[in-house]
Structures are given as structure tokens and as C-alpha cells.
Design a protein around this ligand. Structure first.
Ligand code: PBG
Length: 324
């Protein structure tokens, strides 16, 4: 039946009708709030390329975690900026490390909030690569042991979920095995499964002080041109025991979120990364766009594409908008 019998505008006429017809509903429970933990007390060091985001000391991170929880966000994702970096990133598995202390403080002080930790070497190594370097290359197999140590120390501190973001082959299996052999089989793994070598990570590298000191990450992160390979990465991570898989970044990769949702019956996260945040925030601060509306539109698009979890620096802000 076509026009004039059919008129699509009939069901768009009033807010009540639009609300009834809405196919995708964004909820605070969809979001994960990333936080950057740095050494010190009462420190909040602004990240210039991400206005509104700061590196926070452990005491201040607890406050930010509380705010996320009060807004209805179910989880935070922690990144650590260590006191000292070295060639193998040894501070990353210290029981006294910033992430480990933040995990246990949040677990103690903020009831009902899930804590996820990013597992990677780049914030902790002096060369800024995501693994151990041998002869100018990132050594895959040597890195697996370092990642497992780091994941174990996060889990021992009380992390609910560990999230390896390094893109080494075999790391999900290695971490799963390490957790299981150490009585931590209840700790889940969220794998950065299809993670691309993206220019959208620029602001994050300022926030986490993790820019590579030589070369780039293209020998381990994926080529933005490759979609079939992304499906293979996801499949392998699921085979190795990933509980949640991720596509990262989100906005230029919505087709892959959609494909993954069609192909795999599993929890799927999308990372709305630092550069995506910075672009919207910059335009918003300049009054070139309506930031609040744009944020919800973008997050709705990521959910509509098929993600059931969205990691976003807008999490607390967007959750407040949705519930107020
Ligand atoms: C660490 C890591 C990165 C991000 C998450 N974990 C940076 C990178 O791979 O260079 C990027 C997150 C963002 O841009 O918001 N490997």
C-alpha cells in the first residue's frame, strides 16, 4: 500500500507516538566509563586534547567512579599511568601499582559498580609499545607472559573483568589459562578483538602518556581496510575464551559492529575512542553543534549497529541526560 493510503508521518506526529515507535533505546546500563589513574594524592591533571577528561589520582578516581555509579553506569574501565616506565613495563604487575590500588579502593568504597581493567604494556614501557621489544620488533610470545602477570595482579586486586588491548596473538588464551590456574576462573575477559591501527587514538596517547617512541603499531593493530580479518580476529578470541569481544574504534567501523552482531551470538562492545570524543567536544565547545544531542545520536547509532556495550568518555554525562 502506497501513498496516499500509507503516510509514514502519521506515527511521527507527537512525542508519545514517537516514543512508542522507537526501535533503539539507549540506557545508562549500556555504557562503560573509562578513567585514567595517575600517582599522587588529590591530583586532577587535565588532558588538553580531551577537554573534560583528566588523569586522576586514586582518591579522585574513587569520586569519579561514584559519579558514574550514581548516574546509572554499571562499569568503569581503568587505565594506569605509572610512576616509572621501563623496558618491560614491570610496574604494570606491581600489587602497589596505581590500577591495582584503584581497583581495591573502588571495590571497597563504591558498592554495585563493576571494575574493568585495561591490560596492555604501552603505558608502562619506556618505548611505548604494547609489548616487549626485541631487535626493534614487538615480541609476541615474550609479551604473553607479561600480559598474564598484569592481568593476574588486576584480578587479585578485585577486577571483575580484564580487558587485553595489546593485539598480541594468543593473549586471550594465555590470560584465561593464567586466571584459571590461579583460582580466578570467575574473572571475565573482554577482548579488544578487532582493534585497528587508528589515528583516532591520538588524544588517548596524551592522556595515557603511551605514544610509541619509535615506529607505530601497525605490526600488531589491524589495517583499517580489513573487515573479513576483523571477523577472524573475533572468532579466534572467542575460541580462546573471550567472554566479551570488542570492535574499536566505533564510528568508522559501524559496518563491522553490524557484521559481528549478525555472525556471533555473544556480548559485543564498541569503543567510542578518544579522537571521536575530542572531535565532538571541540565542536561542542565552539558552539558549532549541539553536543548533548549529538552525543546521544552517536551512541544510539553505535547501539543500533549492534553493540550491547559502549565504552565512551561521555558515559556519565550521557547517563545523566538519559535519566534526567
Ligand atoms: C592501549 C590502548 C589504547 C587505547 C585503549 N587501550 C591506545 C593505543 O592502542 O594506542 C585507545 C583508546 C582511545 O583512543 O580512547 N593499547
Amino acid at each position: 500500500m502506497a501513498f496516499p493510503t500509507t503516510r509514514m508521518r502519521r506515527l511521527r506526529r507527537t512525542e508519545e507516538l514517537r516514543r512508542m515507535m522507537r526501535e533503539t533505546r539507549l540506557l545508562p546500563a549500556d555504557f562503560i566509563q573509562p578513567l585514567f589513574v595517575c600517582p599522587g594524592r588529590d591530583v586532577a591533571r587535565a588532558v588538553s586534547s580531551m577537554p573534560g577528561v583528566a588523569q586522576l589520582s586514586v582518591d579522585r578516581v574513587v569520586g569519579a567512579a561514584k559519579e558514574a555509579q550514581e548516574a546509572g553506569v554499571p562499569a568503569v574501565l581503568l587505565f594506569g599511568i605509572p610512576q616509572r616506565k621501563d623496558a618491560v613495563g614491570s610496574e604494570s604487575w606491581s600489587a602497589q601499582g596505581v590500577v591495582q590500588r584503584a581497583v581495591s579502593e573502588i571495590k571497597e568504597r563504591v558498592a554495585g559498580l563493576a571494575v574493568i581493567t585495561d591490560v596492555c604494556m604501552c603505558e608502562y614501557t619506556d618505548h611505548g609499545h604494547c609489548g616487549a621489544v626485541a631487535d626493534g620488533e614487538v615480541d609476541n610470545d615474550a609479551t604473553l607472559e607479561l600480559l598474564t602477570r598484569q592481568a593476574l595482579s588486576h584480578a587479585r586486586a578485585g577486577a571483575d573483568i580484564v580487558a587485553p588491548s595489546d593485539m598480541m596473538d594468543g593473549r586471550v588464551g594465555a590470560i584465561r589459562k593464567g586466571l584459571d590456574e590461579n583460582g580466578l576462573s570467575q574473572v571475565a575477559i573482554m577482548a579488544y578483538a578487532a582493534k585497528f591501527a587508528s589515528a583516532f587514538y591520538g588524544p588517548f596517547r596524551e592522556a595515557a602518556e603511551s605514544a610509541p617512541q619509535f615506529g607505530d603499531r601497525r605490526s600488531y593493530q589491524m589495517d583499517p581496510a580489513n573487515g573479513d580479518e576483523a571477523m577472524r580476529e573475533i572468532e579466534l578470541d572467542l575460541q580462546e575464551g573471550a567472554d566479551i569481544v570488542m570492535v574499536k574504534p566505533a564510528l568508522a567501523y559501524l559496518d563491522l559492529i553490524y557484521r559481528a552482531r549478525q555472525k556471533f551470538n555473544c556480548p559485543l562492545a564498541a569503543y567510542n575512542v578518544s579522537g571521536e570524543y575530542a572531535m565532538i567536544r571541540a565542536a561542542g565547545l565552539n558552539r558549532w553543534i549541539d553536543e548533548d544531542r549529538l552525543v546521544l545520536e552517536v551512541l544510539t547509532g553505535i547501539k543500533r549497529a549492534g553493540a550491547n556495550l559502549i565504552i565512551t568518555y561521555f558515559a556519565t554525562q550521557a547517563a545523566r541526560r538519559l535519566s534526567g
